[in-house]
Each structure stands twice: as structure tokens, then as C-alpha cells.
Unconditional design. Structure first.
Length: 329
């Protein structure tokens, strides 16, 4: 019997959540499973959670009449560094105990289906390119703004992996020589300034130097409780310090975007992650400074837009990876 409608599965493996989706070739979600990742319980636990989540999605699909045989494969979006060809995760900062894990082989044995590995931010970029904000363009750069800054680059409709799968580490672009210390050990990375963590850190440092802000009252003097969201909320209320911090954040991101635009000349820059909830307060200064610092010919007509797929981007892109590797996309 010829299988006419095929399905694919995408799993977004994060330090916080594991999201699994069964989707059709148009990118429509058929079934979904989201569970809290018990990463601190170790590698074996997380692997069994992935297997359970995949099985749950397959089972829900079966209840909708989708046979296991009609599922082409599973794509996994994972933190890295990793090896996409061999399917090995070398190391994952948010997954304790993960070192040189041959995840592709392990899952193929347990689930009996082809598995493909992709870096999580690359997967998100691919997802946005396939059916999200970037569906009408072929060249884009995605910035994920969260605890850190991740990136994914799509050139001519393909993920840019680089020599050893470590391309698009946009967050570690140095924007300030001898600047703030980054988690990677280097000073002055974009991530140290413009990630949610960077925003909070710069705010607290300004407060400690004596700057006044309604934030102090909002957290009852417990500066450690300040979040990036609060900084944007206070800025919206007109708080002078927070307005300055958000302007500066836009400037740092604008510098990062200008660098990417000058090098790659994409059609679109997509910003993703929790910080985009700040909307204009984030985007207005970002666009202003990107235009200020990039070459005119390179930035002209480049759209700087929010991501469309939210929480599902990683899993959708992981599923798209299956289609890409099998030559169906
Ligand atoms: Zn860094």
C-alpha cells in the first residue's frame, strides 16, 4: 500500500521543557506533548522523558488514525555544541551530565524510526523560515533573546552549519572589547549585554551605583528579584533608568544586527524569545540603531520582525529538519 500522506515529528529538547509535535507536511500540528524536563535528575532520566514524550505523541496520532509507518522520522532540536551528521551532543550547558551523547543512535534503537539532530536555535530559524515569520524569504537571521542569545542563519533556504556545526553563535559576537564578562569566558559578547540576563545585570549595576528607579520599590529593595520583564514594565511607566536601559539594549542589539546585515545581507531579521513581549519598546530602538550602524545598501529593505511560532518554533523546525535531510523540503 502506498502511503500518501506523510507525517513528521519534531522534538524541542530544552533545559526547562521538552516539547514534541506530530505535524503534517504543511506544518499543521496534529498532536502535541509538553512536559517539564527533569534535567537535574541526569542524562538517563532526560532520555527516557524524550522517549516517553515521543511515544505519547505517536499514540495520540494513532488515535487520530495516523499509523506509525506514515511518520517519516523525528527531528530533535537540542542545545549544543553537537554534531548534526553523526547525531552526537558533545555538551549541553543546561543538561547536566550530557557529554558526547550519541542521541541519534540511542533514540533510533528505542523508537525504531530515523532520528535527525539539529542545534535548537538553528531549528527555530528553520521553523520560522518554513511556516513562520520568514515563510516568504530565503535569507534570514534569527536572534533568540532569552537567558542567553542564540542564533540561526538561513541562506538560500538552507541552515548555515559551518565547518563543525558551530555557525551562528551570534550571542558571542564581541561588541565591546574588554567589556562585561560573558558565560563563555570571554569579555564583551553581545549576550553579556543584551540577553534578558544582561539587561538585568546592567540594571542592577546601575542601581548599585546610585541610580534611582521605581524598580527598587517594585522588588522591595531585593534587587536580585528584578527580572527583564520588570525593567520593560518600568520603562513603559516612564521610569528614567529603565527607559535608558531599554534604549541601550536596543543599541547593543542594533550593533549586533548591523554586523550580521553587513556580512550576510539577509532579507529579514527575526527576533524570538521572551523579550519580544516588550514589543515596540524593544523593536523601536533596535530598528533605529540597526539602521544607524549598518551599511545603507545592506540594511535597505531588511525587515526586522518578531517571530511567529512562539513556543513551538523549535519543535516545528526540528520536524522541518527531517524533511530537509530527506530532501523533501
Ligand atoms: Zn560569550
Amino acid at each position: 500500500m502506498k502511503v500518501t500522506s506523510l507525517y513528521i515529528m519534531g522534538i524541542d529538547l530544552g533545559g526547562t521543557n521538552i516539547v514534541s509535535l506530530l505535524i503534517n507536511k504543511k506544518g499543521e500540528i496534529i498532536t502535541r506533548d509538553k512536559r517539564k524536563a527533569l534535567a537535574e535528575e541526569g542524562k538517563e532520566k532526560t532520555i527516557s522523558q524524550i522517549v516517553e514524550s515521543a511515544k505519547a505523541v505517536i499514540e495520540k496520532g494513532r488515535n487520530k488514525g495516523i499509523s506509525f509507518q506514515s511518520i517519516l522520522g523525528i527531528g530533535i532540536g537540542s542545545p549544543g555544541p553537537l554534531n548534526t551528521k553523526e547525531g552526537i551532543i558533545y555538551f549541553a550547558p543546561n543538561l547536566p551530565g550530557w557529554k558526547n551523547v550519541p542521541l541519534k543512535n540511542i533514540l533510533e534503537k528505542k523508537l525504531n524510526i530515523p532520528v535527525f539532530l539539529e542545534n535548537d536555535a538553528n531549528a527555530a530559524a528553520l521553523g520560522e523560515w518554513w511556516i513562520g515569520a520568514g515563510r516568504d524569504v530565503n535569507n534570514l537571521v534569527l536572534f533568540t533573546l532569552g537567558t542567553g542569545i542564540g542564533g540561526g542563519i538561513i541562506i538560500n533556504g538552507e541552515v548555515l552549519h559551518g565547518f563543525r556545526d558551530t555557525a551562528a553563535e551570534i550571542g558571542h559576537m564581541i561588541i565591546h572589547e574588554e567589556g562585561l564578562l560573558c558565560n563563555c569566558g570571554t569579555k564583551g559578547c553581545l549576550e553579556a549585554y543584551a540577553s534578558a540576563t544582561g539587561v538585568v545585570r546592567r540594571t542592577i549595576s546601575a542601581l548599585k551605583k546610585g541610580a534611582k528607579s521605581i524598580l527598587t520599590e517594585m522588588v522591595n529593595n531585593h534587587l536580585k528579584e528584578i527580572t527583564c520583564k520588570m525593567v520593560y514594565q518600568a520603562a513603559k511607566k516612564g521610569d528614567k533608568l529603565c527607559k535608558w536601559i531599554t534604549e541601550e539594549t536596543g543599541r547593543y542589539l542594533g550593533i549586533g544586527i548591523a554586523n550580521m546585515v553587513n556580512i550576510l545581507n539577509p532579507e529579514m531579521i527575526i527576533l524570538a524569545g521572551g523579550m519580544i513581549e516588550a514589543k515596540d519598546l524593544l523593536f523601536n530602538p533596535v530598528i533605529k540603531y540597526a539602521q544607524k550602524y549598518a551599511l545603507k545598501a545592506s540594511i535597505e529593505k531588511v525587515k526586522i520582525v518578531p517571530a511567529h511560532l512562539g513556543d513551538n518554533a523549535g519543535a516545528i523546525g526540528a520536524a522541518a529538519t527531517v524533511l530537509k535531510r530527506k530532501g523533501n523540503l
